[in-house]
Design a protein around this ligand. Structure first.
Ligand code: ATP
Length: 453
């Protein structure tokens, strides 16, 4: 529908005083220039959703849209407004993206202020003057901006400038969808235009406990069946930006507490095909992901590994070896993730072959210490229990065992410091690991025999 639904304002009093102050300042700066300013996107959605609950709303991402014409054609109104605000808030960092469309103001977290990210975009794409007081021009320009967005619940705007400041602009029935708890897309072509919206839709559905509206689901399936994969995951693609966005969405999903349900829903919709057409969340992958969580809790309580990335690596590792490196590169994963996935098959063959033959702990340690923790975890996930136990044992027990003597002790025993120390300590470690050396006396006897002075 093109008609505009006007509603009573949501409770902006739910914002923190600092944020409210910033919005007021921004709207005054816009008004002074004869522009309109809107709060749009997630903040409006979250404000409306929070109406039923108590307390202050923690909002750290703000999207503003300025509808205005700047007299110098090489600066957008959004950029101009951001610059004006930055002068009033010197603590904020200003970033300008693209020629003249968007700017961002960033406050880093400090003791007094929560971190805040304010994006300021310009609604008007045509840069010609217009009668500022013409409400039809205004409505069509903010409407166009909102129409480019993903879902009705994200396409609501709250007018910040007078007249009618505080008015909610709802062109697409977003408020009804919020009430009905559904994710509805704005037009049939939306997912073809930008397949990452499929992932965004799933993320919002699972996070908010909403359903994907049936027609929207049809559009998703249609987009997938019409070969979305060719654009999202094919090599030599001309759409790196699309893949960066897909990776960003995967990150958002895989680092959220609800990642399992989201992955399940993506699979139900056939949307894992955006990563690779053969990717399915089958019972084997489900089992491996469950095991991975146990493993991360146990081996990485300090969160040294990037857990969302490990989940993604495990998912990609589930593909046939020939696809893994390509998919990782397409998604522009970090260099070492790509390396893990490219080397996984070879490393797995070597490790499994050796572990099945080895009799001694020292052999296990000598082999496995050449590999990153990440790749050992990936191999363990895919291996039979016997191998998995050996890898677990290496990670939990064997890596913590130290030789009974150290370099200082060797010196005290009268050995001249030399590159040979390394070999001696290594041999002592092997003896300790294999239970041949259990105390200091045995260690010294061992040295006397192996390394006569
Ligand atoms: P969150 O609470 O997760 O930050 P958000 O709605 O603020 O949710 P952002 O990713 O910050 O999400 O995007 C801000 C707004 O930009 C969205 O509300 C939506 O209107 C629009 N948007 C973002 N990505 C897309 C996209 N791929 N297609 C269309 N609109 C988008």
């Amino acid at each position: 529908s093109t008609e505009l639904n006007r509603h009573s304002p949501p409770q902006t009093s739910r914002l923190t005083p600092q944020l409210w102050q910033l919005l007021t300042t921004a709207s005054q700066a816009a008004e002074k220039r004869g522009w309109h300013l809107y709060l749009v996107g997630g903040a409006v959605r979250d404000l409306l959703l929070a109406e039923a609950t108590a307390g202050t709303l923690m909002i750290t991402d703000i999207d503003l849209v300025v509808d205005g014409f700047h007299k110098s054609a090489d600066v957008g109104a959004g950029v101009e407004l951001a610059k004006a605000l930055q002068e009033m808030y010197p603590a904020a960092r200003l970033e300008i993206h693209g020629a003249f469309q968007t700017a961002a103001l960033l406050w880093h977290k400090d003791p007094d202020l929560d971190s805040l990210w304010v994006d300021i975009a310009t609604a008007r794409t045509e840069f010609y003057p217009y009668p500022a007081a013409n409400p039809e021009v205004e409505a069509s320009s903010i409407r166009q901006d909102l129409y480019r967005r993903d879902f009705t619940i994200n396409a609501l705007a709250l007018r910040l400038t007078p007249p009618r400041a505080g008015e909610l602009l709802d062109f697409f029935g977003g408020l009804l969808d919020l009430k009905a708890k559904q994710i509805r897309v704005l037009h049939a072509n939306s997912f073809i235009e930008d397949p990452t919206r499929i992932y965004r839709g799933v993320r919002f559905a699972v996070r908010l406990g909403f359903a994907i509206e049936p027609r929207t689901e049809e559009y998703i399936r249609y987009a997938i069946n019409s070969g979305v994969y060719d654009r999202t995951a094919q090599t030599n693609t001309k759409t790196p930006a699309l893949q960066t966005r897909l990776k960003t969405e995967l990150k958002h999903i895989l680092e959220a507490p609800y990642w399992r349900s989201a992955l399940q829903l993506l699979d139900d919709l056939g949307a894992l095909q955006c990563i690779h057409p053969t990717l399915k969340l089958d019972s084997e992958l489900t089992r491996q992901l469950r095991l991975l969580e146990r493993c991360l809790r146990r081996f990485d309580p300090q969160q040294n590994l990037i857990h969302w990335q490990m989940r993604l690596e495990a998912i990609i590792a589930h593909l046939a070896p020939t696809h893994r490196g390509k998919v990782a590169k397409n998604l522009q994963l970090q260099e070492d993730s790509i390396k893990h996935l490219q080397n996984l098959a070879t490393a797995k063959t070597e490790i499994i072959g050796s572990l099945l033959k080895y009799q001694h702990h020292s052999q296990v340690v000598k082999l496995l210490r050449n590999y990153d923790l990440e790749i050992l975890i990936l191999i363990a996930l895919q291996s039979q229990q016997k191998i998995r136990r050996q890898i677990w044992n290496y990670l939990t027990v064997l890596t913590n065992i130290q030789p009974i003597l150290n370099g200082n002790d060797l010196k005290k025993l009268g050995y001249k410091p030399s590159p040979q120390y390394k070999q001696m300590l290594d041999d002592l470690l092997a003896g300790t690991l294999d239970g041949d050396i259990t105390n200091q006396r045995e260690a010294e006897e061992f040295l006397a025999k192996q390394y006569p002075k």
